[in-house]
Write a protein that binds this ligand. Structure first.
Ligand code: 5MM
Length: 344
């Protein structure tokens, strides 16, 4: 695929008023989510749940692409239409998570490197046949000041793998979403989050350059610059927005067409408010700023569904609502009043 085509796909995936739905939970993760709502994690229940998401009426007005897990891209609707084809027909681009998860960097280490480069080319050929147009690889970087992490070694390893992944994906004619996630689980300050995120992004773009990755044909999926969840001092919405844009301006070249944030465990409302605040400001930004949320889009849907066929329509309304509100946030047009409108 030509460089222009990759650029067009990356732009369209991140272009307001649309964003991405991350529905690529591995079996382990979706099983935890199902466990919380007392639903058994069988192949069929996972298929039914993903079908419910994808069949949400008018989802394509707000969602440009959906990231799938290996199992899901091989599954079909109840009418036997493969999910890849079903989404393409709706005008929603199917994507696929291609990393194989994170493993400790050494037997005793608490730091984890994301793997999945082995056999990646072969898997990409198959995913393309199943309809995927873009891919995702997530590296996780944990902050714990007492344990003196993250180490430079961990950041280096994860950025090297992200860059090599991006190159292989582009060589196979697909758009790589590059996701270096600095986790918000700790008790650290917003300043610490800025420091680690900025260091990671700086190194990442150096490695992408070394690997000859075409920046016009990628999307960056970063964390926002935010206080750790356990920090006693939580930064305001305007501070999160301004620090996030500052960090991106410092590190992300203008050639990158779009930035699609992860929600990372923020509440649904805050994830929307932070994105809105960034898009509301008149400050010039060279890239599209949109979303690629997993939990902040799906949590209300899961809660409304509870595995009950009679509640499918309610749960689809919940997905419709969060998708619409985040779509408004890509335009800087979200307001809290919209939370109380009727979405049935
Ligand atoms: C949907 O969750 C994704 C898959 O996670 P696992 O590999 O752990 O099963 C995850 O990568 C997701 O795409 C991003 O982290 C964004 O999700 P959030 O919930 O942070 O918006």
């Amino acid at each position: 695929m030509s460089h222009n085509k990759l650029n067009e796909i990356a732009k369209n995936l991140s272009k307001p008023p649309k964003g991405i739905l991350a529905a690529d939970e591995s079996t382990n993760t979706i099983s935890k989510r199902f466990n919380d709502i007392k639903v058994e994690s069988t192949d069929e229940n996972r298929r039914k749940y993903r079908e419910l998401l994808f069949k949400t009426k008018d989802l394509n007005k707000f969602i440009s692409g959906i990231i799938l897990f290996d199992e899901t891209i091989r599954q079909s609707t109840s009418e036997k239409v493969p999910f890849g084809r079903f989404l393409n027909d709706l005008g929603i681009m199917p994507g696929i998570k291609v990393d194989t998860g994170a493993v400790p960097i050494a037997p005793e280490s608490i730091e984890k490197v994301t793997e999945g480069l082995d056999g990646l080319g072969k898997r990409l050929i198959e995913y393309k046949e199943l309809g995927a147009l873009f891919t995702k690889w997530r590296a996780i970087i944990d902050i714990n000041e007492e344990s003196r992490i993250p180490s430079d070694y961990l950041i280096d390893l994860n950025c090297s793998n992200l860059a090599r992944y991006a190159k292989i994906v582009q060589d196979h004619g697909m758009v790589p979403i590059v996701e270096p996630e600095v986790l918000m689980d700790g008790a650290h300050s917003i300043e610490k989050c800025y420091e680690v995120t900025s260091k990671t992004q700086k190194l990442l773009f150096k490695k992408l350059d070394h690997n000859d990755v075409n920046l016009k044909g990628i999307l960056l999926k970063p964390n926002m610059i935010i206080s750790g969840r356990k920090s006693p001092s939580q930064a305001s919405i305007s501070e999160v927005a301004s620090q996030t844009v500052k960090c991106l301006k410092e590190n992300v070249p203008k050639d990158v067409p779009g930035i699609v944030f992860l929600s990372g465990g923020q509440s649904n409302e805050l994830a929307t408010q932070h994105l809105n605040e960034m898009n509301k400001s008149n400050e010039e930004k060279p890239w599209n700023l949109s979303f690629s949320y997993g939990r902040a889009l799906q949590q209300p849907t899961l809660n409304a569904w509870q595995g009950n066929d009679n509640k499918i329509s309610n749960s689809q309304n919940a997905l419709f609502k969060r998708s619409k509100l985040n779509s408004s946030a890509t335009l800087g047009k979200y307001s809290e009043d919209l939370e109380n409108s009727n979405y049935e």
